[in-house]
Design a binder for this molecule. Structure first.
Ligand code: ADP
Ligand code: MG
Length: 657
């Protein structure tokens, strides 16, 4: 079932060629309990390694169940080892950070056996070999003989067809060695067992076949070569690779991390610096954006939409009414500025051009204390005028509280010059001054909205005045608003604008550009961080060379081994992201506090204002993004060294130093 055919393994030693195996042809069958004897350096280990596919022959071939293994991929060989080969080494090669039970469970997990069942089988195997009491211990807590028994349990637990033991008694005393071989023989009746040893007595006592090797050549084989061709029985050779559960890879990665916790923490902290920078910059950009938007919102009502005619200067009342009835329009108001040449009785009977505005649409003219004396107009015949206008009114030589309630006679008209001197006051509108403003625009006259509308209605159809409208919409759905915007443009010739939205979009654009630049600059530190992660994982790989060799011998595939180191990278990335998030939140809260205590509060005290700025906006989505990005970035950085781990030569990794 196992056959070497004219096999060579050749090493280049400078200019000389060294044949570790020289034209070896051997065949092993079920029931063989073969001892391979030879001096140190004669090629015994090489022979075992070539048989198991841990090493590839330079020339010739290995047949397993009649299948030429030159057709095997690395993965096929891994599965073959996992399912059909049990290894026992001189130096036990147990995995130190796993318990005895987990060590024995491992090959079953690589076979895809259910975890619970695997543990049960491993426990039985350990019980058979008398180690029931020690299953929870770490290998280092056991004696050499006990460790070797664990290794035997691990080799037998998958019930493989082939057992390869490379000097299994080399580290044991004579009695222990004998016991070990006796046990092996008892439990491997129907297998191919090849034991490498120096010990001739052992061979005499247990072997049913003895092979001697020297300088890579077979000197002597107690069993005659059968010339029959190997029976081709490929069906018994199962090399369908199972799925290795992620949990076991995770356990290795976790143990790697915890065995070097200080180093992991230190490098994660260094890597975190770049993430902290990115987070703080994001927080500050978001903070400034939020504060700016709030400031804009206090000046421009966010829910107000403005309607402007595209060509006309004027929205006529039919259009106005149609728009007001649109399903998405909740309320529509004329926003009117009427510039009407008006005459009022001044000492010189002068005419002035006054601008009539509705109070609700320019409320900030009165916002600051002291700018409005009196009150806002409520009735249709009430106005607020500027102090300057008031001062020029005839018969009003002083302005004080007594002036309120003064009747403000006003003539409106277009051709003010025509009736300049003979004004007929019967056509005039009479307004009562209820307030005076200290405005910088003395021509402004404030009316109630209804009064202004009435005044305007007489003039709307004459298209003399610029009007726009303010709309309040019944929907906040972007699609609806776009549809409304299109309708208004195509059907009515009107532009619908949300000034608040336009400004905040602009703020967002600027802030996003700033953020991109900031993040771009921080990326430089991330590149350095990536190299650091790569180096740390590379170091971890080098430290785990022996472990990688053991896993390979047990049948772990390249992808499994890469998985371990990728997960290790990911854990590091998660740690960096977490450190960065915690640090950034603390720094942000601190800076906000400093800003509020030392800048905002004194500023408010000085100006009597009530600024409320959050300088850094601690954004949970940004933190989540950094955590995810940290894990992915670390895994990307660990990719190359992880791949390197799969290329390590298991043979040299396992070679006794
Ligand atoms: P044994 O197990 O019988 O002691 P090995 O199979 O380990 O012997 O080695 C056989 C010969 O091949 C030795 O001379 C050894 O030095 C040589 N050899 C083994 N591996 C290598 C290698 N990777 N490079 C060069 N020479 C090697
Ligand atoms: Mg050897």
């Amino acid at each position: 079932m196992l056959k070497l055919q004219n096999t060579y393994k050749t090493y280049k030693n400078g200019d000389e060629l060294l044949h570790a195996l020289h034209d070896v042809t051997l065949e092993f069958h079920q029931g063989d309990f073969a001892f391979l004897l030879g001096e140190s350096g004669s090629g015994k280990s090489t022979l075992l390694n070539v048989l198991s596919g841990l090493d590839v022959p330079s020339k010739g071939s290995v047949f397993i169940e009649g299948t030429d293994t030159r057709t095997f991929s690395k993965k096929d060989y891994a599965t073959f080892r996992n399912n059909h080969v049990g290894f026992i080494f001189q130096e036990y090669n147990l995995i130190d950070h796993l318990s005895v039970l987990d060590n024995v469970t491992l090959p079953l997990l690589f076979q895809g056996v259910d975890k619970k069942e695997a543990k049960e089988r491993a426990r039985n195997e350990l019980e058979k070999i008398g180690l029931k009491k020690h299953v929870a211990k770490k290998p280092q807590q056991l004696s050499g003989g006990q460790q070797q028994r664990v290794a035997i349990a691990r080799a037998l637990v998958t019930n493989p067809k082939i057992i390869l033991a490379d000097e299994p008694t080399g580290s044991l005393d004579e009695a222990m060695g004998e016991k070990t071989i006796a046990y092996l023989k008892k439990h491997a009746q129907d297998k191919v067992v090849i034991v490498v040893t120096h010990n001739e007595e052992l061979a005499e006592k247990f072997a049913n076949r003895t092979i001697r090797i020297q300088d890579g050549k077979i000197l002597d084989d107690s069993k005659e070569e059968t010339n029959e061709t190997a029976s081709v029985d490929e069906k018994t050779l199962n090399i369908n690779p199972p799925k290795v559960p992620l949990g076991i890879l995770f356990k290795f990665a976790k143990n790697n991390v915890f065995s070097r916790i200080f180093r992991t923490f230190l490098t994660s902290a260094i890597v975190a610096i770049g993430f902290v920078a990115i987070l703080l910059l994001t927080f500050i950009v978001l903070g400034i954006r939020g504060s700016l938007s709030d400031a804009v919102a206090s000046l421009i009502p966010p829910d107000e939409y403005q309607l402007h005619p595209i060509e006309d200067t004027f929205i006529d009342s039919d259009t106005f009414n149609r728009v007001r009835d649109h399903e998405h329009v909740e309320d529509l108001r004329y926003n009117i500025r009427l510039n009407i040449p008006s005459r009022y009785r001044t000492l010189a009977e002068n005419t002035h051009e006054l601008t009539y505005l509705a109070v609700p649409f320019d409320p900030f003219a009165f916002e600051r204390d002291g700018t409005l004396h009196g009150r806002l107009p409520e009735n249709e015949n009430e106005v607020v005028i500027s102090l300057r206008t008031a001062l020029s009114l005839r018969e009003m030589d002083m302005v004080d509280e007594e002036s309120y309630g003064y009747v403000f006679d006003l003539v409106e008209g277009y051709d003010i010059r025509a009736d300049h001197l003979n004004s007929d006051f019967s056509e005039s509108k009479r307004f009562t001054i209820v307030g005076m403003s200290e405005e910088t625009q003395p021509q402004n006259v404030y009316l109630s909205y209804d009064a202004l509308l009435k005044l305007a209605e007489q003039r709307l159809d004459e298209k003399e005045y610029k009007t726009s409208a303010i709309a309040y919409l019944s929907t906040s759905d972007d699609g609806d608003i776009d549809a409304l915007r299109r309708d208004l443009r195509d059907d009515e010739g009107l532009v619908l604008r949300n000034v608040f939205g336009e400004i905040t979009t602009q703020i967002d654009d600027v802030m996003f550009t700033a953020l991109q630049w900031f993040v771009g600059i921080s990326l430089i530190s991330l590149v350095v961080a990536g190299i650091l992660i790569g180096l740390v994982i590379y170091t971890s790989v080098l430290e785990r060379v022996r472990e990688i060799g053991i896993l390979t011998a047990l049948g772990a595939r390249g992808s499994n081994i890469r998985g371990i180191f990728l997960i290790e990278s990911g854990i590091g990335g998660l740690l960096s992201g977490t450190i960065a998030a915690v640090a950034a939140v603390f720094i942000a809260l601190g800076l906000n506090r400093l800003f509020n205590n030392f800048i905002e509060a004194p500023l408010n005290l000085l100006t009597g204002g009530n600024l409320d700025i959050t300088l850094l906006d601690v954004s949970i989505p940004a933190i989540a993004l950094v955590l995810v990005a940290g894990v992915l970035y670390a895994m990307l950085s660990g990719w190359i060294p992880s791949k390197h781990a799969t290329k390590l030569n298991a043979v040299s990794a396992l070679r006794k130093e």
